[in-house]
Design a protein around this ligand. Structure first.
Ligand code: HDE
Length: 754
């Protein structure tokens, strides 16, 4: 019975006990010894392997599992025990003196259970507290041995396991996913030569140039200290007060106010290493490098009104999207790209490559695709893996080295340091998710929670009693690039660091008009929430140095005059950059298909059952996710007498959870037409510029919702597909095309008329 049921489960087909009827049955169970990886593959994701990878292990084996198998626990068919392994007879009643008497101190079972519970929480990350992780692998397209000896790039087709954690920055651990914020994009490569962490963000620049300023920045953006508000939002006085006094943050602010700070999905955002890094080859020659992750699914973002509503409708929107995509076998992928350049080239740039508030335009140094990352397995346990994973910029392997970027230099210290309080001591590298696949041998010993049992009497080096082992690797080991430095010790910064506006201008002016409008609107929103007029004015005074139109638009939106531009550092160079089209999300190549898009099909009594069946099947076969949405759960009778099971109600599944809506013939009758949420649903779909497809009588619902039938300029709305019942089949093609193109921004007016 359970097998049959497992086959029908929407996900985690091999964990039927967690879902549906089977979850209420006693476990029939399996063994807890994960001996045979094929037999114990426990999620649908694990049973898939990439066809692309010739050297992948047999079907059903996920190579990122093997190292964790020794600690994976499955309690099916097992007796309940204490932490000491003693079988527990009664897990419901504490030990009392008489049935109505006091509980005994002797009850070690009760005390162990409560004591453990009392200590279940650990401190959350001081920034990036809210995150979601996944396992996967990186595959190199070609050997990069000419520029680096780093293990993942040693040969074409080489596969390196990874664990990735995506995050927001400002919100606490339980905050909502769709806040306007930078997203963390941290990748741990478990290479043959040790762990390499590429701890990046989804924006290529940063707010500040020097690590010295980071605690102030984080304090300013986090909830204000006296009342701990607002949660997961930069729209408050302390943040804007700080950044308005920190003109170097201007470039990043324009990015943060862009739609990139509200991605549709982790799967549809870029990632960046931000800093300039060094690559070093086996001969010791070095080049500079910037890291880019480009999503294979193309980039896509939310619109702000939608993001704000999503925080209520599904605070786990991004976490759920990532989890479900992997469980469904639609494995998220990114291409790794490198911008490689020499020290001599760097000297010619108008900006300093050690300044993390600047990027290198792709038109100047092209991005070379060097490999692909695939996320193909969800964690077994959120705490053990996603919460306990510890990234650190100092975790590099031979072939990768740092530069003197003063922001990076500070990070090299911070990440290990913070784990010591977060994970309770210096042995966090032994926590399974953090443990290297490469063997670890040194004379570091003891400390809280030590797992390894080191043998022998030698715990020092040099030694003769241990035969000199473990021995230094010499040429084989990590060697810092011998950069020549001869300078005075000073507190200060180089001249090129003093120019803060030219790249902000390049970014803003490289955006499409729609994107520019969204940026201005986001500044307006955030600064409207700011209570102190002087802070608003100071932000606009900085923007006045970026782009006059931007400054004017924001000032207009706040009902104020554009103030005099803030003063510029007099000795700063004033570069002027050509536009960089690659910076606009809307001009980047998008995905062509509609895989994983979520489509609501409004369903009630009397709808066109055969028509729904057809579009449902067509969407499924294109990899999309159709859902029958009705006034409430239950079975509806279609006009042709067929029966349709509503999958979710308008109340539980509002518009923002869907990329598009279909209104079939017959939806205009009965309870759908009488329900306020139907109108709200359609108006939100329209306002968020999503494709709408109605046929036959269904079109009457669009009229009832007062949706314009053409664009504000009077032309046809390509996202609005309305057909007669007879033409529905042909019109479906047009709808799918609109869906592949995401949104019809031409609908937008400011303020919205719908
Ligand atoms: Fe971080 N950052 N950061 N950061 N950061 C942390 O480390 C820090 C910076 C980034 O999913 C902390 O383990 C300093 C830039 C990500 O676990 C902490 C400075 C970039 C994550 C820390 C920066 C990042 C963190 C908090 C300026 C993009 C989440 C918990 C000198 C390139 C990693 C932790 C995860 C997390 C310090 C600036 C990305 C406190 C001091 C620039 C993705 O160590």
């Amino acid at each position: 019975g359970n097998q049959a049921l497992a086959a029908q489960m929407p996900f985690n087909a091999d964990k039927p006990f967690e879902y549906g009827d089977a979850s209420r049955q006693p476990h029939e169970g399996s063994s807890n010894t994960p001996a045979d990886p094929i037999a114990t593959a426990s999620t649908s994701a694990e049973q898939n392997s990439s066809a692309k990878l010739g050297d992948m292990p047999a079907d059903g084996v996920n190579r990122t599992n093997a190292p964790l198998d020794r600690v994976r626990v499955d309690s099916a068919d097992q007796v309940l025990t204490t932490n000491q392994g003693v079988p527990v007879a009664d897990n419901q009643n504490s030990l009392k003196v008489g049935l109505r008497g006091p509980t005994t101190l002797e009850d070690f079972i009760l005390r162990e259970k409560i004591t453990h519970f009392d200590h279940e929480r650990i401190p959350e990350r001081v920034v990036h507290a809210r995150g979601s992780g996944a396992h996967g692998f990186f595959e190199a397209y070609e050997a990069l041995t000419d520029i680096t000896r780093a293990a993942p790039f040693a040969e074409a087709g080489k596969v390196t396991p990874v664990f990735v954690r995506f995050s927001t920055v400002a919100g606490e651990r339980g905050s909502a996913d769709t806040a306007r914020d930078v997203r963390g994009f941290a990748v741990k490569f478990y290479t043959d030569e040790g762990n390499w962490d590429l701890v990046g963000n989804n924006l290529p620049v940063f707010f500040i140039q020097d690590a010295m300023k980071f605690p102030d920045l984080a304090h300013a953006v986090k909830p204000e200290p006296h009342h701990a508000m607002p949660q997961a939002s930069s729209a408050h006085d302390t943040f804007w007060d700080f950044v308005s006094l920190m003109p170097e943050s201007t470039h990043m602010l324009v990015w943060q106010m862009s739609d990139r700070a509200i991605p549709r999905s982790y799967r549809t955002m870029q990632g960046f290493g931000v800093h300039t890094f060094r690559l070093v080859n086996a001969a010791g020659a070095s080049v500079f490098c910037k890291f880019h992750w480009n999503p294979v699914a193309g980039t896509h973002s939310l619109v702000w009104d939608e993001a704000a509503k999503l925080m209520g409708a599904d605070p786990d929107f991004h976490r759920r999207d990532l989890w479900e995509a992997i469980e469904a076998g639609a494995f998220p992928q990114w291409e790794l790209g490198l911008q490689v350049f020499s020290e001599e080239q760097a000297e010619q740039f108008e900006f300093d490559v050690l300044d993390a508030t600047k990027l290198i335009p792709e038109e100047l140094i092209p991005v070379r695709a060097v490999g692909r990352m695939t996320l193909n397995r969800n964690p077994d346990n959120f705490f053990a893996e996603t919460e306990q994973v510890a990234f650190c910029t100092a975790h590099v392997v031979p072939g990768i080295d740092f530069t003197n970027d003063p922001l990076l230099q500070g990070r090299l210290h911070s990440y290990v340091d913070t784990q010591i309080s977060r994970l309770g001591g210096p042995n966090f590298h032994e926590i399974p998710i953090n443990a290297a696949l490469a063997e670890v041998h040194n004379n570091q010993r003891d400390g809280m929670h030590r797992q390894a049992i080191h043998r022998g009497r030698v715990n020092y080096e040099p030694n003769s009693l241990g035969g000199g082992c473990p021995f230094q690797a010499g040429q084989m080991g990590f060697q810092s690039f011998p950069e020549r430095v001869s300078e005075d010790k000073v507190r200060g910064k180089p001249e090129k660091f003093a120019e803060h506006y030219a790249q902000a201008r390049m970014f803003f002016e490289s955006q499409s008009l729609v994107e520019q409008q969204h940026i201005a609107n986001a500044f307006r929103f955030e600064l409207t929430r700011v209570q102190t007029p002087a802070v608003r004015a100071r932000v606009i005074a900085n923007l006045a140095n970026v782009d006059a139109m931007l400054a004017t638009s924001v000032a207009d939106g706040l009902g104020m005059e554009v103030p005099y531009p803030s003063s510029l550092a007099s000795n700063a160079p004033m570069p002027s950059y050509p536009l960089s089209p690659a910076l606009s999300l809307l001009v980047r190549p998008g995905s062509t298909g509609i895989a994983t898009r979520r489509i609501a099909i409004l369903t009630g009594d009397g709808v066109d059952g055969a028509g729904i069946e057809k579009v449902y099947a067509a969407l499924l076969s294109a990899g999309a996710v159709p859902r029958l949405v009705g006034v409430q759960l239950g079975t509806r009778t279609a006009a042709d007498g067929s029966r349709l099971d509503v999958e979710i109600s308008l109340e539980a599944g509002p518009s923002v959870l869907y990329d598009a809506v279909i209104v079939p013939d017959g939806a205009e009758q009965g309870r759908l037409a009488m329900t306020g949420q139907t109108v709200e649903f359609l108006r939100d779909q329209y306002r968020h510029c999503k494709p709408i497809f109605a046929w036959g009588g269904g079109a009457a619902l669009l009229t009832a919702a007062n949706l314009p039938s053409s664009l504000p300029d009077g032309s046809d709305d390509p996202g609005m597909t309305v057909a007669t019942a007879a033409d529905a089949g042909g019109a479906f093609e047009a709808f799918v095309k609109a869906l592949a193109g995401h949104r019809t921004f031409l609908r937008e007016t400011d303020p919205p008329t719908v």
